[in-house]
Design a protein around this ligand. Structure first.
Ligand code: UFG
Length: 342
């Protein structure tokens, strides 16, 4: 059985990916410092798959701890590296925390891969590297523009670190540029767990509908889009998770064509904020309290993915639609509320 290290494996995308890996016959070891997740995610993964993943809690930005871990686990076939800070707003207040954490953890992992002969990494990147693209849908060849946040800049820099490191050493990497991952596992046992007030749209929608928040603020209706609200490419987290299994298999089967390959993970369809609200209301039957407020600083107007390269070359395609995303996110919010009230 091939062993995969999943860093950040108790987080939102990480936990869904662990489930998919286990269901595809991989042995998983998770490293997470639990800075933005909780330990009971492990039990919930085990409830879904019947297998408790191995787990170690430490900070990958610590070079000595990471080196020691990889020395003890040199039989790992590949690493999926999710662990990172990801709040755009916070990254503007504490840029050095973002550079230190996101860059250092990647460097420490790559150093350990080099030392221990581990040759495959899948890296969590983001469509944020494109900024506001000149042409839509955006392809992987679109120019990388000046970042809009230090968070986004860490993703750009990490891709560059991967480019030169995979060139110099026998390491292969696949960077997956996620668009807007939302939704939750169909069992409602795992999902997104925002601590405090959510920054992202869908957790804010579900928390408003369940009564945790009074009113959703829609940030801006004066964009140059059909209804004036900003457009994104929302994608179901389980589709994202499945893409990681495909990427791991591609590397393990020696099918990578370049030392570093980059793929967009989106559906190829853009939805405005009002489209998402309407879809949520339609599929759940809930009425959402919302108001239009000024634009959020740093937001781009619109982005959606050109998915052809991922579809044709990676051999992966998003399968779930906006209704699946809304229903699963709502089921998860209701399950959380039940857990908290019991
Ligand atoms: N929005 C609202 N109200 C809210 C929250 C969001 O109207 O309460 C709007 C935003 O203005 C934006 C859209 O909903 O137009 C989506 O916002 P999110 O915060 O959910 O997602 P972003 O597109 O801003 O950010 C996501 C990821 C980032 C990543 C970025 C790249 O969360 O990690 O995409 O574009 F950097």
């Amino acid at each position: 059985m091939k062993k995969i290290l999943v860093t950040g494996g108790t987080g939102f995308i990480g936990s869904h990916t662990v489930v998919e890996l286990q269901q595809h016959g991989y042995e998983v070891v998770i490293v997470d410092n639990l800075s933005n997740s909780t330990i009971d995610v492990l039990d919930n993964i085990a409830k879904i798959t019947g297998i408790m993943p191995a787990f170690e809690q430490f900070d990958l930005a610590d070079a000595a701890l990471t080196a020691d871990f990889l020395k003890r686990n040199s039989d790992i076939s590949g690493i999926i590296h999710f662990a990172a800070f990801k709040a755009v707003g916070e990254s503007m207040e504490k840029p050095l925390n973002y550079y230190r954490n996101n860059l250092q953890s990647l460097i420490n992992l790559l150093e350990g891969m080099k030392t221990n002969g581990i040759s495959n990494m899948v890296f969590s990147s983001s469509c944020t590297v494109y900024g506001q693209p000149d042409e839509l849908p955006v392809t992987e060849q679109a120019p990388i523009k000046q970042a809009w946040s230090s968070y986004g800049n860490t993703k750009q820099m990490c891709e560059e670190i991967l480019r030169f490191t995979t060139l110099a050493h026998p390491i292969h990497a696949i960077a997956l540029r996620y668009f807007n991952p939302i939704g939750a596992h169909e069992t409602a046992l795992i999902g997104e767990l925002p601590l405090g007030v959510p920054n992202n749209l869908v957790p804010f929608i579900t928390q408003t509908a369940i009564g945790k928040r009074g009113c959703l603020s829609v940030f801006g209706d004066d964009y140059k889009t059909p209804d004036g609200t900003a457009i994104r490419d929302y994608i179901h987290v389980v589709d994202i998770a499945k893409a990681h299994v495909v990427a791991v298999e591609r590397m393990l089967n020696g099918k990578s064509k370049l030392d570093l390959e980059i793929f967009n993970l989106g559906t190829g369809t853009g939805f405005s904020v009002l489209d998402v609200i309407n879809a949520f209301e339609r599929v759940t039957g809930e009425k959402l309290n919302y108001k239009i407020v000024p634009r959020r600083p740093g937001d781009i107007e619109m982005v959606w993915a050109d998915t052809r390269f991922a579809n044709e070359e990676l051999g992966w395609k998003a399968e779930k639609n906006i209704d699946d995303m809304m229903l699963s996110a709502w089921k998860w919010e209701k399950a959380l509320a039940e857990k908290q009230s019991s």
